[in-house]
Write a protein that binds this ligand. Structure first.
Ligand code: F6P
Length: 499
């Protein structure tokens, strides 16, 4: 019974982090793991041999091996939608037909990039990428992380329906030089299509004779894009089995591949494939995504932590917490098991975070002394991304490491206001360099960790029905067909629109 395993896990002795270090001088060797230019330090979590063993028992019981195999071989594991989850096929791991298909679609994307680079479609130097959620967060985050600043194309990613997001881009950009990229898996998303229409209108107003001739569409539903008016030759399809929040690896990565070069995109895929392989082959006690998920479940279920905080000690990775919020919360924010039964465990924690050192001067008070226990994740890059005096980067890294040490050690004081309880856990992920390969491996790590968490919770991480109701309500409010919503909502509408 699953509950027996949880009972075992919850009844394990709860040693403090300092006791765990004192009782095992091999702790760091065991819980510090390297892979693809990344170093993961899980030693400042409360995992120990007994906990690992108990979690392995749970994972065994829940069929983690078989489920991983099903994921990586393209079986229809997204049962509520009756399809596979084939983001790994984009990286070359999956069933043969899907891998071949992904490869062919990548080649098509590469060819279109070559045509655009040659100037055959126009003299483009600016890209407006429109998309939202998984069709925007990945490209935006990747571009910020990897851009050098001397690229041929300037890229603006716009997601929000709020005109305050799009208007400044239109004011800055030159309609004749803009390639408009519309990224939408379904090609039905209201925000993206309204923004796209506004860009087309703006191009026309600016004297562009054939705005649709400057459009590229990235979608799993090419028919919809054709109906919208996009020329078939400039539609880059991807498979329906690639989920929105896992779609960075598909043609949704086009704008980044164009802006930074296809080779960068190819390296990103290679890095992810290396992590896929590690996840597929490493034994559980050395499997990085598996260990991370064990720690996540320990904090979520045993210590009942409701949030997890991620701090990137690198400006270039500043959008990573946003990306992870969608990946983890949209995947694992569920209240029913795969069988539709009520979930008796805590589902995904609320993922939040920011950049260091800024966050230290804003929210770290709560991490050190607040009544919530918040597992923290630190990310840092050893090689600096700037050429200023090394004291900048050295200070950044030292602060990062010091925070993890301070959270763990704490500091006793007779003055309760000045007392730091300590024993607060953190994971540190160190990248040797911030480049496409290591970033690809890092993102694949997060995907697999999210998957393992879902297996341990026995939920389906690949659907997202929870986002639909709000969309339906927005439609109802807009319809103005006499059907009223609740009094509060109707009053808000009246105050805004007068009706
Ligand atoms: O509303 C949620 C969602 O469906 C996400 O899952 C998805 O990434 C996003 O909207 C955008 O959807 P699409 O790519 O179909 O426009």
């Amino acid at each position: 019974m699953t509950s027996d395993h949880w009972r075992t896990i919850k009844s394990l002795p709860q040693l403090s982090l300092s006791e765990l270090f004192e009782s095992n001088d091999k702790r760091l060797a065991k819980l510090g793991l390297e892979q693809s230019g990344l170093y993961f330090d899980f030693s400042k979590t409360h995992l120990n041999d007994e906990a690992l063993q108990a979690f392995q028992g749970l994972a065994d019981h829940l069929g983690l091996s078989a489920k991983t195999k099903a994921l990586l071989s393209g079986e229809p594991i997204n049962i509520s939608e009756g399809r596979a989850a084939e983001h790994c096929a984009e990286r070359g791991i999956g069933n043969l037909a899907s891998v071949e298909n992904a490869r062919a679609l990548h080649l098509r994307m590469k060819s279109l990039i070559e045509v655009i680079d040659s100037g055959a479609l126009g003299e483009f130097t600016q890209i407006i990428h429109l998309g939202i959620g998984g069709s925007a967060l990945g490209p935006k985050m990747l571009h910020q992380a990897l851009k050098l600043g001397d690229e041929k194309y300037e890229l603006a990613v716009v997601s929000n329906i709020d005109g305050c997001a799009l208007e400044p881009v239109l004011e800055r950009f030159d309609a004749g030089k803009v390639l408009l990229v519309i990224a939408s898996k379904t090609f039905t998303t209201a925000e993206t299509l309204l923004n796209a229409q506004s860009v087309i209108d703006w191009m026309r107003e600016q004297g562009v004779a054939d705005p649709l001739g400057q459009v590229v569409a990235l979608t799993a539903d090419p028919e919809q894009a054709v109906q919208w008016g996009v020329d078939e030759t400039r539609i880059l399809p991807f498979s329906e089995t690639v989920g929105g929040r896992y779609s960075l690896w598909s043609s949704i990565g086009f704008s980044v591949a164009l802006a930074l070069g296809y080779d960068v995109f190819a390296e990103l895929l290679d890095g992810a494939a290396a992590m896929d392989q590690h996840f597929q082959e490493a034994s559980w006690d050395q499997n990085i995504p598996v260990l991370a998920a064990f720690a996540d479940q320990y904090y979520a279920q045993v210590r009942e932590c409701e949030t997890r905080a991620v701090f990137a000690y690198d400006e270039r990775l500043g959008l990573l917490p946003d990306y992870l919020q969608q990946l983890e919360m949209e995947s694992n924010g569920k209240s029913v098991t795969v069988d539709g039964e009520p979930l008796s465990l805590h589902s995904s924690p609320i993922v939040w975070g920011g950049v260091g050192t800024d966050a230290q001067h804003a929210v770290f008070q709560l991490l050190h002394q607040g009544s919530h226990l918040v597992p923290v994740e630190f990310l840092a890059v050893i090689e600096p991304g700037d050429s200023l005096n090394p004291s900048h980067h050295n200070g950044l890294l030292l602060n990062c490491f010091a925070q993890g040490a301070a959270l763990m050690a704490g500091k006793k004081s007779d003055d309760s206001h000045r007392n730091y309880p300590g024993d607060r856990p953190s994971v540190t992920i160190l990248l040797e360099q911030l480049e496409a390969r290591s970033l690809g491996a890092l993102l694949a790590f997060y995907e697999h960790r999210t998957f393992v968490n879902a297996v341990l919770l026995n939920i389906n991480p690949f659907d997202q029905f929870g986002v639909e109701l709000g969309k339906q309500m927005a439609g109802k409010l807009a319809a103005d067909d006499g059907n009223r919503l609740d009094a509060s909502t109707e009053e808000l509408k009246k105050r805004a629109f007068g009706v």
